[in-house]
Design a binder for this molecule. Sequence first.
Ligand SMILES: Nc1nc2c(ncn2[C@@H]2O[C@H](COP(=O)(O)OP(=O)(O)OP(=O)(O)O)[C@@H](O)[C@H]2O)c(=O)[nH]1
Ligand SMILES: [Mg+2]
Length: 178
Amino acid sequence: MDSYKILIAGPVGAGKTTAISSVSKIPPLTTEALATDITREYKETTTVAMDYGLMTLSGIGTLHLYGTPGEVRFDFMWDILSKGGVGLVLLIDSSRTDPFSDLHFFLRSFKKFITKNRVAIGITKMDLCTTPSVDEYQAQLRNILPNIPVFSVDARNHIDVALLIEALIFSLDPKLAA
Ligand SMILES: Nc1nc2c(ncn2[C@@H]2O[C@H](COP(=O)(O)OP(=O)(O)OP(=O)(O)O)[C@@H](O)[C@H]2O)c(=O)[nH]1
Ligand SMILES: [Mg+2]
């Protein structure tokens, strides 16, 4: 059995901490603290260092899930947490003002990581805001990252999050899906 380090990144409130707690088989490690005024329009607390959770995929191995802080003041953690990672789950909150701008900002911020590793994108909160559609997100990616998994996910839902992470792992090595 192998073990894989997976990063989970994206803007404040996209559901990174929630997603890890939805799939982790151990109580996740979190580092929540009082959020800045801007973030507090969305929620009271924010991740200030990292989240950590553990997932097992039958026949594949152990996945170590590392959630990054969404607030840009902690962006130094993005590089630190990226070390040794093999894949990135990028969560984009469809209910924020400009989710395409968030998408491109995070793809730029993790560009070095993405050139060497795989990425899968989960669009959260589509129950609150149905546009843009998943097709429109795919259209944004067509010329830069064709053929990457893009799913609508609810970070609170175990199956949604697990399927997205599995899609990422299988895209690392299609033989794993056999
Ligand atoms: N309605 C709805 N709520 C969601 C969905 N996904 C996540 N949430 C909620 O959105 C909030 C996300 O909060 P967190 O998980 O703390 O977000 P985060 O990405 O870790 O945020 P930071 O650590 O501040 O960057 C939680 O209250 C979740 O319950 C979704 O698909 N629909
Ligand atoms: Mg968080």
